[in-house]
Design a protein around this ligand. Structure first.
Ligand SMILES: CC(C)(COP(=O)(O)OP(=O)(O)OC[C@H]1O[C@@H](n2cnc3c(N)ncnc32)[C@H](O)[C@@H]1OP(=O)(O)O)[C@@H](O)C(=O)NCCC(=O)NCCS
Length: 160
């Protein structure tokens, strides 16, 4: 098995694997997004090859402080053959090379046992939350930013 950086020629195979594992979200994981991730310096995006065929994928980021594995997917035909462990081991090695002190993952309930075997432990107070659209969060933030402008002007008023 070879673990190497994701390349654009892998797009169709990666989509196939994600679809087979019910992990393909076209808006988040489509070809354009894959291209952007492969060009992102903070991201590590790897594939596993068996006999020159892509059989697994992993991606994560290191932002200079924390790391997070966002996605791992192994072709169902190749699961339980060590592909997932090899991908996790290699991404951790890359993060270490970049200077990361630790590594975290957003794990599904089904994959929890796999990550435990790979050296992760559960943080019971961690809850994975998502907003359906980034606009929703920007809109909610309006109220706060209006207030903070008000506080900023009150603050500068009291200074002079
Ligand atoms: C979870 C996944 C990445 C594991 O990859 P894999 O190649 O099958 O894992 P490995 O063969 O390297 O397994 C390593 C060890 O974990 C165990 N393991 C694998 N999947 C497991 C699971 N779902 N639950 C518990 N243990 C698991 C293996 O039995 C093996 O144990 P061993 O060392 O005692 O033999 C793969 O099953 C997958 O792609 N699943 C679908 C997508 C998914 O759930 N992704 C994670 C979302 S966060």
């Amino acid at each position: 098995m070879e673990i190497r950086n994701f390349e654009l020629k892998d797009i169709n195979k990666v989509i196939e694997i994600l679809k087979l594992n019910d992990q393909y979200l076209p808006l988040l994981e489509g070809p354009e997004a894959m291209k952007r991730v492969s060009e992102c310096e903070a991201a590590v995006y790897l594939v596993a090859e068996e006999d020159c065929e892509v059989v697994g994928v992993i991606k994560g980021i290191y932002d200079g402080s924390r790391t997070l594995i966002h996605q791992i997917s192994v072709h169902p035909k190749y699961q339980k053959h060590g592909v997932g462990s090899a991908l996790v081991q290699e991404i951790a090695r890359r993060f270490k090379e970049m200077g990361a002190p630790s590594v975290a993952v957003t794990a599904s309930t089904k994959s929890k046992g796999f990550f435990e075997k790979s050296g992760f432990r559960e943080l019971t107070h961690a809850v994975f939350m998502v907003a359906d659209s980034v606009d929703e969060v920007v809109e909610k933030g309006k109220h706060y930013s209006k207030n903070s402008q008000l506080y900023a002007s009150l603050f500068s008023f009291s200074m002079f």
